[in-house]
Design a protein around this ligand. Structure first.
Ligand SMILES: CC(C)=CCC[C@@H](C)[C@H]1CC[C@@]2(C)C3=C(CC[C@]12C)[C@@]1(C)CC[C@H](O)C(C)(C)[C@@H]1CC3
Length: 759
């Protein structure tokens, strides 16, 4: 049976800065599990499979079953009094349930899946490094295949295009794309699948669109490594960019760290034109995926071809001219002596940066894409290297098992982020006396996950911002601190520090809080806004050279309303506890940040959300930020317009429900059938309550609360609904903890700030 291992890292090659606290990974042990337990797991798997075309999001049930089995002592008052208020009863049940899902080390493990282009990168990476069976047991491979088949788009689902599907999307809820379909097809073939019915449908999907030549650039890249596509059919990814002066706007050191860290190993492999040795499977795939014979493909035209299903960000002409020039003029020159020396030099500089990233993240890497790529880079240099072994040992940190199978997550988890929200949600209920143990544990977790030191060496040389005092999204072993992750964690520990230590445990010491504040203050941009991991280092017009057709806004680290608001809220909270510390700077920072938020408000009163779906998420953040900066409903036109926007989107029968289409189309879109979504409902309610709308008319809040109360499951859990996270405009990602955290938070605020106040 599968078990989820928490905060464990005793195996060789795995290093940690905090003794592995927060690490989560799955292991299979055939000797574990009673027949009943195994049958129950099969049952939830079948349940997902049966309804997979209607409910595309899994509900993280295998983990829930494990917690149920381990009989985790749930807390709180088990005797729910008959006459108790319905909202309070819902909250008690919800907290009791959620406390039973908490790990001993204080975090809430969970599924961070959603994108479908991540597993193929890993499987191709493991295949070319001949490590598929080393890193993944047969059981892993079985669950991975279960996952992939479970998320194949059904042919009868899209009635209008009967018998036309069988592909895979960019993410679990999306329409079929060449990127998803071709890479998943290849993945299944590498895992040993033959041309069964499902595979034939997928193959037809690909061939009907002219074959794999029109896969987007990241797909072309992976296929080239595998020998399924020629390097000459890729646009150049010159490692020489790393040799340019930093003053140039397009220097990689000035890009968004995710783009920088993905294009770094890509340029290394491109510079080396690495291709795995061809074998019969690869040769067969060359026949299966191309509509015309492989060797007659026009690779030059293929460089710029992209299937219409995948095209989210079409290349501007200037990009085609740029790549064309580099491809036709620069690349041939760089192959000739003495210019080839330049390439060698660029490759060795790139390798140094790769090593730095690997080491400063304990081989986790900043994300799932460069994780797989860096691993391949280490292997091609030395298959027996320590570095490669250390990479293999961290593969499991990205894999998650649920009833839909085993997936590759978007990060090595969302541990710190979820724990920080969870604390704020629990505190909002005012039931903390009953849930002290849960809070104490979470408090310890957040204290244990603060990043204590900057990454090594001269930060500037490695294009790193400082990280001391910050928090990452996942664990400190990942090393990359984020502005809003730091903001949310700081708010959580500050709120906890105001609770009696008998309930919440010892407060964090002032010096550590100062470190966090210091870091946050160093991250504010000229215009007042905050970006994600670093300062904005270059210009938005550089987006012109974004080569990834499927993602928008990836080239630089832009400022975001979410990040800006989280920082305002945390600094404001800090000022309450430490009014004298860097007061002038903090006050100025908050005022400027609030102006930034106001400046980017959209004409309809909303804000566009970049990391959650979508206008409801960002508008919640914006309102909270503006309120924390001292503005009020009464004195701020901006807040009033924002509230009007949210009120105008409430559904007829109460609640809010926003579709992921809002993110890609940038237009507010209800979920199909105008259904409410508990997480959107909670965000909207939290925003309206914070703005004080209840004192004007509490009816919309009563209606929202009713939706939340009615949605609760008998055991205190809440249902998993549509996918609620997003990145780079077009790809969706799961936030599995939100279904518990946000209804608790919104009902907590509702109970204390609306019901009790209007009694
Ligand atoms: C296009 C590429 C490189 C794909 C790999 C996926 C990453 C880029 C995604 C996966 C998780 C992800 C959505 C994340 C974020 C950035 C983009 C990430 C890292 C951040 C840190 C941005 C700031 C956000 O407020 C928040 C903290 C919620 C997220 C967390 C996850």
């Amino acid at each position: 049976m599968w078990t989820l291992k928490l905060s464990k890292g005793q195996e060789p090659w795995v290093t940690s800065v905090n003794n592995h606290v927060g690490r989560q990974h799955w292991e299979y042990d055939s000797s574990l599990g009673t027949p009943e337990e195994i049958a129950r797991i099969d049952e939830v798997r079948q349940g997902f499979h049966k309804t997979r075309f209607q409910t595309k999001h899994s509900s993280d049930l295998i983990m829930r079953l494990q917690f149920q089995r381990s009989n985790n002592q749930s807390q709180g008052n088990l005797l729910v009094e008959e006459e108790e208020n319905e909202v309070k009863r819902t909250l008690r049940k919800a907290l009791r349930f959620y406390s039973a899902l908490q790990a001993d080390d204080g975090f809430w493990p969970g599924d961070y899946g959603g994108p479908l282009f991540l597993l193929p990168g890993l499987i191709i990476g493991l295949y070319v490094t001949r490590s598929l069976n080393v890193a993944l047991s047969k059981e892993h491979q079985k669950e991975i295949m279960r996952y992939l088949y479970n998320h194949q788009v059904c042919d009868w689902y899209y009635f209008s295009r009967k018998n036309e599907d069988g592909g895979w999307g960019l993410h679990i809820e999306g329409h079929s794309t060449m990127f998803g379909t071709a890479l998943t097809y290849v993945t299944l073939r590498l895992l040993g699948e033959g041309l069964n019915d499902e595979m034939q449908k997928a193959q037809k999907w690909i061939l009907d669109r002219g074959g794999v030549v029109s896969i987007p650039s990241w797909g072309k890249f992976w296929l080239s490594v595998l020998g399924l596509y020629e390097w000459s059919g890729n646009n150049p990814l010159p490692p020489e960019l790393w040799l340019l002066p930093r003053a140039l706007p397009l220097h990689p050191g000035r890009m968004w760290c995710h783009a920088r860290m993905v294009y770094l190993p890509m340029s290394y492999l491109y510079g080396k034109r690495f291709v795995t040795s061809l074998n019969s499977l690869v040769l067969s795939l060359r026949q299966e995926l191309y509509a015309t014979p492989y060797h007659s493909t026009d690779w030059d035209t293929a460089r710029n071809s992209c299937a219409k299903e995948d095209l989210y960000y079409p290349h501007p002409v200037i990009q085609d001219i740029l790549w064309g020039g580099l491809h036709k003029i620069a690349e041939p020159i760089l192959k000739q002596w003495p210019f080839s020396k330049l390439r060698q030099r660029a490759l060795s500089v790139a390798k140094k940066h790769l090593e730095y990233e690997d080491e400063s993240t304990n081989y986790i890497c900043i994300g799932p894409v460069n994780k797989a790529l860096n691993m391949v880079c280490c292997w091609i240099d030395d298959p027996n290297s320590q570095a490669f072994s250390r990479h293999l040992a961290r593969v499991k940190d990205y894999l998650w098992l649920a009833e839909d199978g085993m997936k590759m997550q978007g990060y090595n988890g969302s541990q710190t982020w979820d724990a920080s929200f969870a604390v704020q949600a629990i505190l909002s209920t005012n039931l903390s006396d009953e849930y002290g143990t849960m809070l104490k544990k979470a408090h310890n977790f957040i204290k244990n996950t603060q990043v204590r030191e900057n990454s090594s060496g001269d930060l500037d040389q490695w294009y790193r911002h400082s990280s001391k005092g910050g928090w990452t999204f996942s664990t400190p072993d990942n090393g990359w601190t984020v502005s809003d992750c730091t903001g949310e964690a700081l708010q959580a520990v500050l709120q906890l520090s105001r609770c009696p230590s008998t309930i919440a445990g010892e407060a964090m010491t002032a010096d550590k809080l100062y470190d966090a504040v210091h870091l946050l203050l160093s991250m504010q941009n000229q215009n007042g806004g905050f970006a994600t991991y670093e300062l904005t280092r270059s210009y938005a017009w550089l987006e012109m050279i974004n080569p990834a057709e499927t993602f928008g806004d990836i080239i630089i680290d832009y400022q975001y309303v979410e990040c800006t608001s989280a920082v305002i809220q945390s600094l404001n909270s800090f000022m309450k506890s430490y009014p004298g510390y860097r007061k002038k700077e903090i006050t100025a920072c908050i005022a400027k940040a609030a102006d930034y938020i106001e400046n980017i408000q959209l004409p309809d009163g909303s804000w566009y959300g970049s990391w959650g779906v979508c206008f409801t998420y960002a508008t919640w953040y914006a309102i909270k930020g503006l309120i924390a900066s001292g503005r009020t409903y009464q004195n701020s036109y901006s807040i009033r317009r924002a509230c009007d926007f949210l009120l105008s989107k409430e559904l007829e029968h109460g609640g809010w429900g926003e579709s992921y289409l809002s993110c890609q189309n940038k237009v507010y879109t209800n979920l199909e059938g105008n259904r409410p979504h508990i997480v959107n409902t909670a965000w909207a309610m939290l925003a309206l309550i914070a703005a004080g709308v209840a004192s004007i008319d509490p009816t919309p809040l009563h209606k929202g609360a009713k939706i939340l109360v009615q949605s609760q499951c008998d055991n205190g859990d809440f249902p998993q609904q549509e996918i609620i996270g997003v990145f780079n405009r077009n790809c969706m990602i799961s936030y599995s903890a939100y279904r518990n955290i946000f209804p608790i938070w919104a009902l907590g605020e509702y109970y204390n700030c609306v019901l009790l106040q209007t009694k």
